[in-house]
Design a protein around this ligand. Structure first.
Ligand SMILES: [Zn+2]
Length: 473
């Protein structure tokens, strides 16, 4: 503090390096690199790994200063107009210091701020020009890194992994906050993008192609943080907390996009995904948009594959009324096994001997033929748990008999199981269903939104600087 009581302004002002200063810094970095190389050549105990790690700090400060210079120059060159409505800003004042976290360290620049009469908001026009408008002080590359890492792994793991990358030291709080903000941005973008896809795809008059669109549905539970700390009080009032909530996944792909790798592993080369906790309608409409993007409008037919949950089929009936339906073969087999356990109890060998031909029959012939066999078994059974178990499974197979023609499916080269959507569930569960994890609706939907953008190859829409496309890389 100075004697006159004024804060010293100069000390808080960022020092923006000149072109000449950057050139000097670059020369210093080059000689530091050369010294590192010489050290590597002399040291018998060093491999290329030491140089790979040591070389990063040699150039990192150069990169940070170059970014700072570029950011200040870009901010200075930004016209004083509102980035939202384009109106000229009034009451301009300059010299507002703003710090943000970049990939190579902290950067501070001075910005101009002005008032937009139309939006009735104070605006710093440089924020939009620099890609900082929907961030709490994180550069676009940091937003991208945080969003991707945190959607793939817990925040603490993401911090440790990123720290291992040269020059990226992001605190846990920064990662968590940046990922959540970017996830919320993904959520806001999702609905307009889907509406646009539905509009364009339904307006296009494309010729029909003799291909089938496969749509697979499922559901799983996520553990939530509802009524955190109030569980005991709720139980006393007779209202135990509901900690588990449905996540709805779906996937869609064209039949001719299935193939095999050189090693013979089956793959689907292009497919769309939806993962959401926004309820059944919040799931069905994005999945429909995704199916349209992948060619539902042109496909000669559509096939919905799911397990036996009644509400899944009801949704499928409403949304894709002309689609054929198929019960997942594995689920049907599980129901046969449940009937068998009713007959043979825990005698595993007997159950296996009984089950094997029935499962084969289910696969090779229409299930309709298997139902009378079960009914024949049921007839002589005395009333009791075995009869109840078998009759429950007979009823189940009867209900789904139209969805069980696996023989016809295999002849047509169509899938008989919902493996792709089950795999999607499993992968998401590895991230979202770890021991000790509890989610809030805002937190998990934001991260599910990021995962959806990533899997659907739309990451570049959120982060235009990012050229990474998981489908192409
Ligand atoms: Zn405005």
């Amino acid at each position: 503090m100075k004697a006159n009581g004024l804060e010293p302004v100069a000390s808080s002002r960022p020092s923006v390096p000149s072109t000449e200063a950057l050139a000097v810094r670059a020369a210093c970095a080059a000689s530091a690199l050369e010294r590192s190389i010489q050290r590597l050549l002399r040291a018998r105990d060093q491999t290329l790994g030491q140089l790979e790690v040591q070389a990063a700090p040699d150039v990192q400060e150069l990169l940070r200063q170059a970014l700072q210079r570029a950011a200040q120059a870009k901010a200075d060159a930004t016209p004083p107009t509102c980035p939202v409505c384009g109106q000229p800003l009034s009451r301009l004042s300059c010299g507002h210091a703003r710090s943000f976290q970049s990939r190579y360290g902290d950067i501070t620049i001075l910005r101009t701020r002005g008032y937009c009469k139309r939006c009735r908001q104070w605006r710093p026009p440089a924020a939009a020009a620099l890609g900082l408008e929907e961030s709490a002080g994180d550069s676009p590359a940091v937003q991208d890194l945080a969003a991707l890492r945190v959607s793939k792994m817990p925040v603490e793991d993401a911090r440790a992994v990123l720290q291992h990358l040269p020059g990226v030291e992001l605190p846990r709080a920064t990662l968590d906050r940046a990922a959540k903000r970017q996830g919320q941005r993904a959520q806001r973008w999702r609905a307009p993008l889907d509406r646009q896809a539905v509009r364009t795809q339904t307006q296009l008059e494309l010729p029909l192609e003799p291909d089938q669109m496969i749509i697979q549905l499922d559901a799983w539970n996520i553990r939530a943080r509802d009524a955190w700390g109030q569980g005991a009080a709720g139980r006393r009032r007779g209202l135990p907390p509901e900690r588990w909530h449905w996540v709805y996944p779906g996937t869609c792909f064209r039949l001719d996009h299935r193939g095999h790798t050189n090693g013979g592993r089956p793959v689907i080369t292009q497919r769309g995904f939806v993962l959401t906790r926004q309820g059944l309608d919040g799931w069905r409409e994005p999945l429909h948009a995704e199916a349209l993007r992948r060619g539902l409008g042109q496909a000669a037919g559509a096939l919905v594959i799911a397990d036996g949950a009644v509400w899944l089929w009801r949704r499928a009936d409403d949304r894709w009324p002309h689609a054929r339906q198929r019960l997942d073969f594995y689920h049907a087999g599980q129901h046969l096994a449940a009937g068998g356990r009713g007959l043979f109890g825990e005698d595993a060998d007997q159950l296996k001997r009984w089950l094997k031909p029935l499962v084969q029959q289910l696969k090779n012939q229409s299930a309709v033929k298997g139902i009378p066999k079960l009914e024949a078994l049921l007839a002589p059974l005395p009333e009791g748990s075995a009869a109840t178990a078998v009759s429950r499974e007979v009823a189940y197979l009867r209900e789904h008999r139209e969805r069980l023609d696996d023989r016809a499916a295999q002849r047509a080269g169509e899938p008989i199981g919902s493996g792709p959507v089950e795999a999607t569930c499993r992968q998401a569960q590895c991230r979202f269903k770890r021991p000790g994890q509890f989610w809030s609706r805002a937190g998990d939907e934001a991260r599910l939104g990021l995962e959806t953008f990533w899997r659907n190859e739309r990451w570049h829409l959120l982060f235009p600087h990012s050229s990474f496309n998981p489908a192409r890389n």
